[in-house]
Design a protein around this ligand. Structure first.
Ligand code: SDX
Length: 428
């Protein structure tokens, strides 16, 4: 017997179907509520509202669980690699040897970008933030691949767009950085693995024999895995709603890049390092800054702390915290802000303000410390997040299209003026 919820409005009872997911999450399906009752629901920030049914990522905020297609993030981070995880997220299963070789070979075939993209890049001043450059270059791919404007063209065309997106993202990211520092761009070296290829494009200078560091490439690969998807977060929801209008994959991803840029979302990893540097410069008094974070009038938040869903711990933060320690030791880097970060975490997790509000370190709290140890500049931190999140955006966009979901169009409650007559300017 299907379960239902009962809603009583002005004495009339409405029965609403209850649906249950494979991990026993329960939702009230209000799909027909307005037609039956004339009433809509209101949920600012969608804190209690499911936008879709998805088979890609499961997370449990209370238990600190994160799984991609049923595989625990801890296992994937320890045993897999980013392109294998990308394949899993997008196509739903871990690839066989043969599938993995074809996927990675196809990606190698498309790492170059149309040379006219350089004209777009050259149009940006060096002061341009790499995230804005990245979003623009991604959207510009609709110009070079106009067939992508029909997302339902064919499964082969969709596969090609997916491969092109994953292949070109590191090239765009490295070019955005080179534009910021005024260096000539590098072209992809397909003899290298995904992360080493990116590092070489990011760092190599003309006529320099750049040798990628496997420790750096391995740490970066693990970080990309940890960022690869996170169910219906702000930027993924943006990709889905743009994709729901049948916009191309490139414009949908470009919209996701812009949503990720905000300091409350992916932009937090850059803000964390700037915050830690500020605390270090101020003498490292963590108690003083914890007090500021608790003071509503200070306008200061402990960046990298708190999460809409995780109310116990962010499993990614745990993995990254350990990786930060390992990588800095392996690279022989002594970064005092790591000590400040650990002290902040220790003090905050003992403080009732943070405990009552269930505020714990999130994915952004330690990731910037690793990026910095890898030599990646602060302005590029959110670009790294975008590189990691790309397979998740692609998988969610693809799922939306395959499920033929309707165009997203939320309702509202109007709170403006009631009907009033127009008054000519002379009489106002
Ligand atoms: C990401 O959704 C995802 O999955 C996102 C993400 C992903 O992988 O896609 O995990 C990536 O975006 C991680 C979050 C990165 N952002 C930050 O680190 C910025 C700092 N954190 C916050 O601004 C905040 O915690 C959010 C945005 C992450 C969550 O915001 P919510 O759920 O809307 O919570 P809220 O802003 O309503 O805060 C609840 C209370 C408030 O206090 P009260 O009004 O109840 O007294 O907690 C306080 C807030 O003032 N609070 C903080 C705080 N975060 C929340 N106080 C101090 N420092 C903080 N960081």
């Amino acid at each position: 017997m299907a379960k239902t919820a009962e809603l009583i409005i002005d004495g009339k009872t409405y029965k609403l179907p209850i649906i249950e997911g494979t991990e026993h999450e329960v939702a009230i399906d209000i799909g027909n509520l307005r037609d039956e009752s004339g009433v809509v629901t209101l949920d600012l920030g969608y804190k209690n509202t499911g936008a879709t049914k998805s088979a890609i990522t499961f997370l449990d905020g209370d238990k600190g669980i994160l799984r991609y297609r049923g595989y625990a993030i801890e296992e994937l981070a320890a045993n897999s690699n980013f392109l294998e995880v990308a394949y899993l997220l997008v196509f739903g299963e871990l690839p066989t040897d043969e599938q993995y070789k074809k996927f990675t070979d196809d990606i190698k075939l498309h790492t170059m970008v149309h040379e006219d993209t350089r004209k777009i890049l050259d149009g940006f001043p060096s002061s341009a933030h790499p995230m804005g450059v990245l979003a623009s270059m991604f959207c510009a791919q609709t110009a070079f691949y106009p067939e992508s404007l029909d997302p339902n063209r064919s499964s082969e065309a969709t596969y090609l767009s997916i491969v092109r997106s994953l292949a070109k993202m590191p090239t765009f990211a490295a070019w955005a950085y080179k534009n910021a520092v005024g260096h000539p761009v590098n072209y992809p070296d397909n003899s290298l693995d995904y992360c080493s290829r990116f590092m070489k494009m990011l760092y190599a200078l003309p006529a320099e024999q750049y040798q990628p560091d496997p420790v750096v490439a391995d740490a970066l690969d693990k970080l990309l895995i940890l960022h690869a998807d996170h169910e219906q977060n702000c930027s993924t929801s943006t990709v889905r709603i743009v994709g729901s209008s049948k916009a191309s994959i490139y414009s949908s991803i470009s919209a996701g890049i812009n949503a990720l840029w905000g300091p409350l979302h992916g932009g937090a990893n850059q803000e964390v390092i700037l915050m830690l540097e500020q605390i270090k410069k101020d003498g490292g008094d963590t108690d003083k800054w914890i007090a500021k974070a608790k003071d509503k009038n200070s306008g200061f938040r402990l960046m990298g702390f708190g999460h809409r869903v995780y109310k116990n711990f962010d499993p990614r933060a745990k993995i990254i915290k350990k990786a930060a320690d390992d990588v800095l030791k392996k690279l022989g880097v002594n970064d005092p802000v790591l000590d400040i970060a650990m002290k902040l975490e220790e003090v905050a997790l003992r403080d009732s303000y943070f405990i009552e509000r269930k505020l714990y370190p999130n994915v952004d709290f330690y990731s910037g410390i690793i990026y910095r140890a890898l030599g990646i500049p602060v302005d590029m931190f959110t670009v790294m997040f975008a590189m990691g999140r790309l397979p998740g955006w692609i998988a969610q966009w693809k799922e939306l299209r395959e499920n033929k979901e309707p165009i997203g169009r939320p309702r509202q409650i109007y709170t403006g003026q009631n009907l009033r007559p127009y008054v000519p300017i002379k009489k106002r």
